[in-house]
Design a protein around this ligand. Structure first.
Ligand code: GLY
Length: 379
């Protein structure tokens, strides 16, 4: 039966929205999640699943603290999801190799000498050592940064597990239900109106609509979130001469200046990603995929001859400073944001959910989120 009232309505059933719904439902709160498409089918599905705080912030600051706090939660998050749903989200802690083809040796050496290096267990190594760790790397690799505290997860399995867990905890999902506007009464957010005209009333409204967040009607301000497109492709690196689990031998996430390569347990290697400011122009393009193919071939030549099994694209939700927006809107009581996670929505899902749960429960968030308030963009 369709319900039209809840304590909390969450707009968006991506990794962020589902994590929030799961956390709130687990503490006994009544939650409805409204999703324009199918759960986890937008940026969450298109993502790579890297859990790399240092990939995006090198010299400390509030983002690194937030990302580190979320990374610390991931092992428990993955275990709990497996326990709750039976789904193994393939959380792996094998680390990241950021390789240089002679083009970034100084830059990588500087990161290894920087203040965050100890925190993420970083070493600067030579090409021979890099090839010892990953024998399929090109002979052209001159040096590499080995980041041991850098993890990964299968984002598509994570989406399935979060949906199953949140549903089992009692969250109610309304899919194929785009939101037309936020409902406001007497200066307070009171719910949402769907495009169908139906209204859902709630005490708290959480905007977790990713790249679409800024398009919602009824927000008390211009929310500066724009889509930044990312294209990816996957090859099947299974050794077909062996039955059983897939083997490509790659364990680390491999970064170069032009691409990243992520191993999956099923034997695929994922290669990403373009960073394109083209609005919501969807789908992969020959130019985007060709650029990634040549970047991947420079790092791991054997990729060129593997079966191409998938190409796809998604939209990262980007704010002007590329930092997320987490917390209440001071202009409209009842309205909260959990959006704008740009390249880090999967990594930041556990900590974002914990922060939103604390705010709704009137307690102190587990990390300082003052740097992520919406007011930093003005009224
Ligand atoms: N998090 C990887 C990307 O956005 O490309």
């Amino acid at each position: 039966m369709k319900r039209n009232t809840a304590e909390v309505v969450v707009i968006g059933a991506g990794a962020i929205g589902c994590s929030i719904a799961r956390e709130l439902a687990a503490t006994g709160r009544d939650v409805i999640v409204v999703e324009r498409d199918s759960p986890g089918r937008r940026a969450t599905w298109a993502a790579a699943g890297m859990l790399s705080p240092l990939g995006e912030a090198r010299d400390g600051g509030p983002f690194l603290d937030l990302a580190d706090a979320s990374l610390r939660r991931f092992a428990g998050f993955a275990d709990a999801l497996q326990h709750e749903t039976g789904i193994d989200v393939e959380y792996r802690t094998s680390g990241r190799l950021h390789v240089s083809l002679g083009d970034a040796d100084d830059e990588l050496a500087a990161i290894a000498a920087g203040q965050a290096a100890e925190r993420f267990d970083v070493s600067f190594i030579g090409g021979i050592e890099a090839r010892r760790l990953e024998p399929v790397l090109s002979d052209r690799v001159t040096t590499a940064l080995l980041v041991r505290r850098d993890h990964r997860v299968n984002n598509r399995l994570l989406a399935q597990a979060l949906l199953a867990s949140a549903t089992a905890a009692g969250a109610n999902f309304r899919t194929g239900s785009p939101v037309a506007s936020i409902l406001v009464k007497d200066g307070t957010a009171t719910g949402v109106r769907l495009l169908s005209g139906e209204q859902i009333e709630a005490k708290h409204v959480v905007v977790a609509a990713g790249a679409w967040s800024g398009r919602l009607e009824g927000l008390p301000r211009h929310l500066p979130i724009e889509p930044v497109k990312g294209q990816m492709f996957a090859v099947d690196a299974r050794d077909r001469s062996h039955a059983g689990p897939a083997r490509h031998g790659v364990e680390h996430v491999v970064f170069s200046r032009e691409c990243y390569i992520i191993p999956r347990d099923d034997g695929r290697l994922l290669v990403g990603a373009t960073v394109e400011d083209v609005g919501f122009r969807k789908g992969p393009t020959p130019r985007g995929i060709a650029g990634l193919m040549s970047a991947a071939a420079a790092v791991m030549p054997f990729i060129q001859d593997l079966p191409l099994v998938e190409t796809w694209a998604g939209f990262r939700p980007a704010t002007p400073d590329r930092l997320p927006i987490i917390g209440p809107d001071p202009l409209l009581p009842g309205l909260l944001y959990a959006t704008g996670h740009f390249r880090n929505g999967i990594l930041l899902a556990p900590i974002t959910a914990a922060c939103i749960e604390s705010i709704i429960g009137d307690s102190e968030p587990p990390v300082d989120i003052s740097a992520f308030g919406v007011a930093r963009f003005g009224g």
